[in-house]
Design a protein around this ligand. Sequence first.
Ligand SMILES: Cc1cc2nc3c(=O)[nH]c(=O)nc-3n(C[C@H](O)[C@H](O)[C@H](O)COP(=O)(O)OP(=O)(O)OC[C@H]3O[C@@H](n4cnc5c(N)ncnc54)[C@H](O)[C@@H]3O)c2cc1C
Length: 420
Amino acid sequence: MNLSMNVKPVPTLDDEVNEIRLATAEIVNRDILPNEGRLWGWITDSANAPNETAKQAKELRLEVQNNVKKANLWAPHLPREFGGMGLSFMQHAYMNEVLSYSPGAASLFGVVAPNSGNQKILVKYGTPEQHEKWLKPLTDGTMQSGFSMTEPHNPGSDPRSLTTKAVLDGDEWVINGHKWFTSNGHAADFYIVMCRTSDPNDPGGDNEKMTQIIVPKDTPGVNVVRGVPVWGRASSHCEIKYENVRVPKENQLGRTGTGHAAAQDRLGAGRVYHCMNSIGSMWRAFDLMIHRLTTREVHGGEKLEDKQFMQGFIAESYIDIQSARLMTIHCAEQMESGADPRTDISAIKIFVPEAYHRVVDRAIQVWGAAGVSGDLPLAGMYQGARTLRLADGPDEVHKILIAKNILRRYHAGESWDFGN
Ligand SMILES: Cc1cc2nc3c(=O)[nH]c(=O)nc-3n(C[C@H](O)[C@H](O)[C@H](O)COP(=O)(O)OP(=O)(O)OC[C@H]3O[C@@H](n4cnc5c(N)ncnc54)[C@H](O)[C@@H]3O)c2cc1C
């Protein structure tokens, strides 16, 4: 089975975005989809993956990455001066839904979380020296990074509760704290650590008491306790203790107290990109589901597509994908136009992962046992969709935000304008 993604020019988009989408789809269809088993071979059978298989997979990934670079599709999230495509926000969003058709393909286009989020923060808050020392190697691929914010003993959904502390001693920050779920923690050469630099009762706003600080992994006192197992498997989402870790003052990102703002910057646009990624994955799950419905014969030779239960799956999944996509594009347009996008960001953060979850769930059901096997990308997508509902701010917190924003407007004597 070698289904390809059907991407045609979108009449309402300009030529440049359409060309980017078509060129991206060409690489996905030609270089990635037919090779998925070999590109990510060890994922299906990691315990038994021989070194040779892993080596060949790495070589193949490099080959695809070179093709991506030749097609000028490398690092869509970065400005040109930092080695990226220099895309606008909307262009990047529209490209994401295409490159996410194949799970893991984003990394072949130079976008790998959490490096990509860290790169964006370094671009915006970093000094020229920090760009040279940390951003450039991250973009060249000679360094890896992690973002260390969530703590086991405090609610990650309320970043103001974080207690990892950084105190200035001369011209050094001394950091003490306990983090977990620092993704890419094993491979990272440095972490961007969210630290409390003012006490809760100190003067100043609640959102001005954190600072993000770059901490090289080999600094004494950085203790990577373990990769926390996730979905029953070993992972690189690490638990880390920072014990009297000393780094130079110039490792802080931006002014002291801008950590919260930087985290918001990372998450705002990031949520639109994540949602467009989810839509690309739903698109794939949908195509896989239809393929199975149109080829599998059941009870007495009828195809699955002839069964009304199954036709319901098609219609419901179509509705889920279209609503998720249009809602995300509306939110991205709000952001692009300078309108206040907070209500829509929270709305897509809730709706899209839920829709993604439903679409993949139906595709798994239609594929039967194969649906949960490692032979198809559906099981991984299912876990990813479920995880998205709690990562990046859990759904309940976003529901509270939506209600507050809406009620504020009504209490001010206005009502909601759904046309804007
Ligand atoms: C695979 C994965 C990768 C991750 N990668 C990173 C990373 O790289 N770096 C990093 O710093 N973090 C990372 N995280 C952590 C993630 O951002 C947090 O798990 C998330 O922010 C939620 O925080 P928490 O786990 O402490 O849950 P809590 O804040 O304790 O919330 C638990 C639950 O309580 C409920 N809840 C919370 N607040 C409210 C409220 N006000 N009203 C009603 N209900 C509420 C929600 O249902 C929520 O799911 C990752 C998590 C996962 C699963």
